[in-house]
Write a protein that binds this ligand. Structure first.
Ligand code: MIG
Length: 747
């Protein structure tokens, strides 16, 4: 075999094909055809020394953990270094021409007047052999079930308003990363921003990954288990930004709040209904003729004072910003962008597509100068008093259909990107522009929520799953969809509670809100022209069940907040499949409709109409959160009347809660602890809910065992924090005063 090693880069070449390998860590390998700059991996890592054995017709490269064999047809097999078992293996090199139909079929189709090529040419096709009982997860925002096996997906950010059914191939986001789990667990991340196709085993034999124009460029990520692989993937592309506390509050939105009165009415109705609310969104209707960075001077006149009013009622405001800039003489965004050549071009002229304002042009966020310019306007918008920015339509979507392949976008360092390369990272860079600007302006954790994304966008933004519909099928879809997003690095995610398109109904809204209460971001949103979807527009029962579950969410705030804080360090997504904690329990491999929130809560939302009982799988001993009934390992049928979200707590754990308020507060002076089982230990983080520096936080550990309760601080500040703790232990309630020093109490 013809290979060379230069500066720890192994390169193999044969005829016109070259393949390089860099060992980044003992369990992180980078395979690529051409060296290129990643759009999402920001850290550069040093290449490690390559240990190699030349075996004649193949070579063996080994680290302390894995053996890699590369054959002279470029097929790669990775084995566990200790057991010598297969981890992941190429099923022989495949020609990049793929036969789609036979010659006979082609002739028939042509007879009927279709023109059809019976071969498609790809820039690469990789076949990874499916191992015995192998399951697949990840792939970011995709439809279908939790285990991705047997579906085919396309990574091409797409705004298609039809219903997101199982076999829908492309949603708004692209995350070319999957985790394979059989006896061994690994991840593969294809850092290819061009369109890629992931056939997850439709032939039952291979995972087939096809590049359309991009060059082969992927990472093998090894790990002990799925948690470990997820952690290493996140270390590579970036961890989800830590939310400010308010971002865990309840949010209300609707496309078609047409003026200030309508918005105020929603906030007032929430208040009257005694339902917690922290954020209200302004959809496109607040703008002046849909011109971004403006507001309508009649319907939303003096917006800053209005925002102040809402803020004084404890509610923050987050407006929408789309990428499309209206073509209009004297409109500052258009003039500034045109003058500086900031918009995407078709040949020598600026490309004009169509969005809400009519003819629109698209900023080239791939370029730093453009990002800074956009950011300056983001800062001006922040000055109105808003608390975050909602980025939509950034696939990008245009009413004139997909942007032409021929478009070009200015990149960084004098580069130009064609549309096919820029498309999947358009929103990624728009999120970066927005995030960087808010960060610089406020010096606090930015709140950005984007519809489209690429792998790693979570370091700049949260996301939601776009235009779902008010159908039960979409409530069911939401659970595995968010779980796989979590495994793909995106943990601050939401689905539109109640469903976006179509008219929702009482029962669906209630069940969706119950799920929403224990999902990462909790936001009710609906489309213009659909039935009102705010909880109080139904009946007293709806209002009361909605209230109950939002209060449940607000009471669990310290727990949820700790989950997001912990993710910064342990890289475990707060909303997580049972599989993460129980990777050896085969029952957990295909669980679609229950999940864990944090280490101790098991959530089993009802997702079917008319259902008042639910079959729940308990991977261990759990207690009912409300009744304290004990469930041992196995499948059990639990009661789930309309007003109840089935929620369970792992034995021997402590759940911290606050007395729920209707708005998230800056500080809390009492914390309640409930011990489920005989003992428990829980560490909580205490901060102001928005500080950037997470390294200097005060941690408080609560520990209960053998009738002794202790409180231990690991602190950076001298604040007392909680002054009181209420403890519920073995059905007895205790109340203790805290003085800010380590204390021990006998129970
Ligand atoms: O569908 O701005 O996904 O949340 O309300 C049209 C209007 C465009 C799509 C978003 C949706 C938003 C809507 N937008």
């Amino acid at each position: 075999m013809n290979y060379s090693i230069k500066e720890n880069v192994l390169t193999i070449s044969k005829s016109d094909i070259t393949l390089s390998l860099v060992i980044l860590k003992e369990d992180l390998f980078h395979f690529f055809e051409k060296k290129k700059k990643s759009h999402t991996i920001t850290k550069t890592r040093r290449a490690k020394h390559i240990n190699i054995d030349d075996l004649g017709n193949k070579i063996k490269i080994f680290t302390s953990l894995y053996d890699i064999y590369i054959e002279d047809d470029f097929s790669i097999s990775i084995y566990d270094g200790k057991t010598k078992e297969i981890v992941v293996k190429d099923n022989k090199y495949v020609d990049t021409k793929e036969k789609v139909i036979s010659n006979e079929q082609k002739l028939l189709l042509e007879k009927e007047g279709h023109s059809f090529s019976n071969t498609l040419t790809y820039s690469y096709i990789i076949n990874k052999e499916i191992q015995k009982n192998e399951a697949f997860y990840g792939l970011g925002e995709k439809t279908g079930y939790f285990n991705k096996i047997n579906y085919q997906y396309v990574n091409w950010n797409t705004d298609d308003p039809s219903a997101h059914v199982d076999n829908y191939e492309a949603l708004y986001q692209s995350c070319p990363f999957y985790i394979g789990k059989h006896k061994h667990t690994y991840g593969l991340f294809f850092d290819d921003t061009f369109k890629t196709i992931f056939d997850m085993g439709t032939d039952l034999k291979n995972i087939r990954i096809k590049g359309t124009l991009g060059s082969l460029d992927y990472y093998f990520i090894g790990g002990k288990n799925i948690t470990d692989v997820r952690k290493k993937f996140v270390d590579l592309v970036g961890v989800q930004t830590m939310p400010s506390k308010f971002m865990l509050g309840n949010m209300q939105s609707r496309w078609s709040y047409m003026n200030k009165d309508e918005v105020l009415n929603v906030v007032n109705k929430y208040e009257e209904s005694d339902i917690p609310l922290d954020v209200i969104f302004l959809d496109i209707d607040y703008m002046d003729n849909f011109k971004v960075f403006t507001y309508n001077n009649e319907t939303f006149n003096d917006l800053p004072s209005f925002i102040k009013l809402l803020n004084s009622k404890g509610v923050r405001v987050v407006p929408i910003i789309d990428p499309g800039v209206k073509v209009e003489k004297d409109y500052f965004m258009y003039e500034e962008g045109m003058k500086n050549g900031y918009f995407a071009k078709d040949g020598k002229t600026t490309y004009v597509g169509e969005v809400w304002p009519g003819d629109s042009v698209f900023p080239a966020f791939t370029n730093k100068e453009v990002r800074l310019w956009w950011g300056k306007h983001v800062k001006d918008l922040m000055d109105l008093g808003i608390s975050g920015i909602w980025n939509d339509m950034n696939e990008p979507s245009s009413f004139k259909g997909p942007l032409p392949d021929s478009l070009t976008f200015k990149g960084d360092n004098g580069k130009t990107l064609g549309n096919l390369e820029a498309h999947n990272i358009y929103a990624h860079y728009m999120s970066k522009a927005t995030f960087d600007a808010i960060l610089e302006h406020t010096n606090k954790r930015p709140f950005v929520i984007t519809r489209a994304a690429y792998a790693g966008t979570q370091k700049y933004s949260t996301t939601w799953t776009g235009d779902n519909q008010s159908i039960w099928e979409h409530l069911r879809l939401a659970v595995p969809e968010l779980l796989n997003m979590g495994l793909s690095g995106q943990s601050l995610v939401a689905t539109d509670i109640g469903g976006f398109g179509g008219h929702t109904n009482k029962e669906l809204l209630i069940r969706w809100a119950e799920f929403g209460a224990l999902s990462p971001i909790c936001r009710n949103h609906s489309a213009a022209g659909t039935r009102s979807q705010e909880p109080y527009t139904f009946d007293d029962e709806t209002t009361s069940i909605y209230r109950k579950h939002m209060k449940l969410r607000y009471s669990l705030l310290p727990y949820m907040y700790d989950c997001f804080y912990n993710e910064q360090f342990d890289k475990v997504p707060p909303m997580r499949p049972l599989l993460l904690k129980y990777p050896n329990d085969v029952e957990t491999f295909n669980i679609n409709y229950e999940y864990m929130f944090g280490p101790n809560l098991l959530v089993a939302p009802v997702l079917n109409e008319g259902e008042t009982k639910k079959m729940v799988y308990f991977p261990d001993t759990f207690y009912d959160y409300y009744t304290k009934e004990k469930y041992t390992k196995g499948y059990k049928v639990v009661d789930a009347p309309l007003d109840k979200l089935p929620l369970f707590v792992l034995k021997n754990s402590i759940i911290p809660t606050y007395k729920s308020s209707n708005h998230i507060k800056e500080s809390y002076d009492t914390i309640s602890l409930e011990v489920f089982g005989n003992l428990g230990s829980y560490t909580t983080m205490y901060d102001d809910g928005e500080t950037l520096d997470l390294s200097k936080n005060d941690l408080i550990n609560f520990h209960v065992k053998n009738n002794v309760f202790s409180v231990t601080y690991k602190r950076y500040s001298s604040d007392t924090h909680y002054k009181k703790v209420n403890l519920l232990y073995r059905e007895k309630a205790y109340e203790f005063e805290l003085d800010g020093t380590n204390q021990t109490f006998t129970l």
